[in-house]
Design a protein around this ligand. Structure first.
Ligand SMILES: Nc1ncnc2c1ncn2[C@@H]1O[C@H](COP(=O)(O)OP(=O)(O)O)[C@@H](O)[C@H]1O
Ligand SMILES: [Mg+2]
Length: 305
């Protein structure tokens, strides 16, 4: 399907009309970035809160193995994590903590072998622990960590949607492009939603997005869509310091309002391909290293209002 500017207008209108029919569909959204420090964890946590406020049942899986810090930003203490679930026989419920707006968090923990490298027994234990929670969520947000490690490739490949967080510096642009290239080649990713963080205006966000799009459209067979932008906002730093997500601590701040629009845009968006099952099936595909099968195109569009 081609998304030229004409098709784009129609797509947004029909998404609005059909909203009720797919809004509740199970979806897994992997949030990634080219380099660290661009605001990925803030996006994951605040997007989760916005989606929960819309009535979605959200689980964050913090898969930034080694640098997982969703718990800190949400102000919760994850006493157990994926490590306990896989290696120590802990149950899913023991490992999940509840944060603001009822968002659940499963922390990746440190010292977990790459999920791709788990043995059969560990895989089975993981799937067994997750089985009971299968019907509990309709949205999983994954903080994949930055760059092009195998976890990023796996989760992006198994997710229904990939959001890449981009900041306007040239290095972030180059790294975002390199990450999209790897995802396209190794994860079968053909569409990427872009959230530009730390800009001062829509114009600046569009400029950063346009630079990325000029690279992807020349060299890759990937659709990039501008899903939203978040301003540089002192309230974000204050919220990180207070360990309360900015959408909760300062809901009327410029960044919180933009996080709401990002959540709206992602909620409204019609997934490009049907979900291949729920939570349990998603994990099966991660452990099998299978990617999704989105449609292909080579252009860009904006999906926010
Ligand atoms: N929109 C923003 N405005 C101001 N500061 C921000 C913004 N987004 C992120 N930051 C700052 O950048 C730091 C890194 O953000 P984080 O979400 O941890 O990045 P990542 O997960 O990509 O490493 C945060 O601690 C915060 O202080
Ligand atoms: Mg992070």
């Amino acid at each position: 399907m081609q998304h030229d500017s004409k098709a784009n207008v129609g797509a947004v209108a029909s998404e609005g009309q059909a909203r009720g029919s797919f809004e509740r569909a199970f979806r897994v959204i992997a949030v990634t970035s080219g380099k660290g420090g661009v605001g990925k964890t803030n996006v994951v946590v605040n997007l989760a809160i916005q989606l929960a406020r819309e009535g979605r049942r959200v689980l964050i899986f913090d898969a930034d193995l080694g640098l997982s810090n969703c718990d800190i930003m949400m102000g919760v203490v994850a006493r157990k994590d994926l490590r306990h679930l896989i290696y120590e026989g802990a149950s899913f419920d023991e490992c999940v903590v509840t944060g603001p707006e009822g968002v659940h968090l499963l922390s990746g923990g440190s010292g977990v072998a790459e999920l791709a490298q788990l043995g059969d027994a560990e895989r089975l234990r993981l799937l067994g622990a997750i089985e009971g929670a299968s019907g509990r969520y309709d949205t999983i947000l994954i903080d994949t960590g930055a760059g092009i490690g195998s976890n990023v490739i796996f989760f992006a490949g198994a997710a229904h949607e990939v959001v890449i967080v981009l900041s306007p510096e040239p290095t972030a642009l180059a790294d975002a492009y390199a990450t999209i290239k790897v995802l396209a080649r190794h994860s079968g990713v053909q569409r990427v939603l872009v959230c530009v963080n730390r800009v001062s205006s829509l114009t600046m966000a569009r400029e950063a997005f346009a630079r990325l799009h000029s690279l992807t459209s020349h060299f890759l067979d990937v659709v990039v869509e501008l899903a939203g932008w978040i301003p540089t906002d002192v309230h974000v730093e204050a919220a990180v310091a207070a360990q309360v997500p900015v959408s909760v601590l300062h809901p009327m701040s410029p960044s919180a309002q933009r996080f709401k629009l990002l959540g709206d845009a992602i909620s409204r968006r019609r997934p490009e391909f049907a979900s291949s099952g729920g939570f349990h099936m998603f994990w099966r595909s991660v452990l099998a290293g299978q990617g999704g099968t989105p449609s292909s195109s080579t252009t860009s569009r904006e999906v926010f209002a």
